[in-house]
Design a protein around this ligand. Structure first.
Ligand code: OGA
Ligand code: MN
Length: 294
């Protein structure tokens, strides 16, 4: 049975090891497909809040187990690109550069620009869980940038300037540009376009569970600052984009077989570093619904 609510299940023996990086921890010894009692779950939840990215090693688990474990953190999003849902599992988005019979089986350019998942919806995602299925022999890394550190490293002057600002986020911001370059982006139906109307978000977000502030603008989805002249807003965004992903804030995840990586979309942005075209890469993603940013 996949992990259902099991408050009194026996404890599992596992270790949480912080990574030698500006964010991240790895979890060794836990099996997410086995019952997880409340105390163990609380440790995992705490690690997620403290480290923002948690890497569960060695998860040889089914899509059902991946979905059930993800659900313990909240209801799941159904991604707008239904073309790439895993058959029988609409909660799973296939992230892959593989083609079968000439057709892409998944979204091959997910994460082509820095972003936080679903920031284009009024309620962006709490976090996402990406599970390695097939990894390339080289490339295919995922980068994560700590947006609490990015905020804290800004000058007081810039902090004061941006604190009251809001920005527009749009799923469509880079869609046509990516569609022109790559085979993975289907033409969206009107129903799909209607699902991704732009949303306005604070430029500086307060984490709803820890109270820490984080920068919340991204190259992929943020299209402009509300109430600023276009040029001034774009210049400010360019400055923030460059600042937010400085090496001092970034962890590069080199995937190992059966890794399940759970990141906090309220604390980090992420980027796919890219995979050589001739190598196959496939991962499954679940996305947890979050709340309205403030
Ligand atoms: C995602 C994503 C990056 C990657 O699945 O949300 O951005 O490295 N993926 O596949
Ligand atoms: Mn993403």
């Amino acid at each position: 049975m996949p992990a259902v609510l099991s408050p009194h299940a026996p404890a599992q023996t596992f270790e949480i090891r912080p990574l030698d990086a500006p964010l991240g921890a790895e979890v060794i010894g836990l099996d997410i497909s086995k019952p997880i009692n409340d105390a163990d779950f609380a440790r995992i939840h705490r690690a997620h809040l403290d480290h923002h990215v948690v890497v569960f090693r060695g998860q040889q688990v089914s899509p059902d187990a991946h979905v059930a474990f993800s659900r313990r953190f909240g209801p799941l999003e159904i991604h707008v690109l239904h073309q790439y849902h895993l058959a029988g599992h609409p909660e799973i988005l296939i992230v892959s550069n593989i083609k079968e019979n000439g057709e892409p089986i998944g979204l091959g350019d997910a994460g082509a620009y820095w972003h936080s998942d679903i920031s284009y919806k009024p309620k962006p995602s709490l976090g996402s869980l990406l599970h390695a299925q097939e990894l390339p022999a080289e490339g295919g890394d995922t980068l994560f940038a700590n947006q609490h550190l990015a905020w804290e490293a800004l000058s007081l002057t810039l902090q004061r300037r941006i604190l009251p600002l809001k920005a527009e986020h749009s799923y469509l911001a880079k869609y046509e540009e990516l569609r022109a370059k790559n085979p993975w982006r289907p033409k969206l139906s009107q129903a799909q376009v209607d699902q991704v109307a732009p949303a306005v978000q604070p430029v500086v977000r307060t984490h709803p569970e820890t109270g820490r502030k984080a920068l919340f603008v991204s190259e992929h989805f943020t299209t402009g600052i509300v109430g600023l002249p276009r040029e001034e807003g774009d210049a400010l965004l360019a400055e923030l984009f460059a600042h937010s992903v400085k090496p001092a804030f970034v962890y590069r995840h080199r995937w190992q077989p059966h890794d399940l990586v759970f990141w906090d979309n309220r604390s980090v942005m992420h980027l796919a570093a890219g995979t050589p075209d001739h190598l196959r890469r496939k991962l499954y993603r679940t996305t947890i619904q979050g709340d309205t940013p403030f």
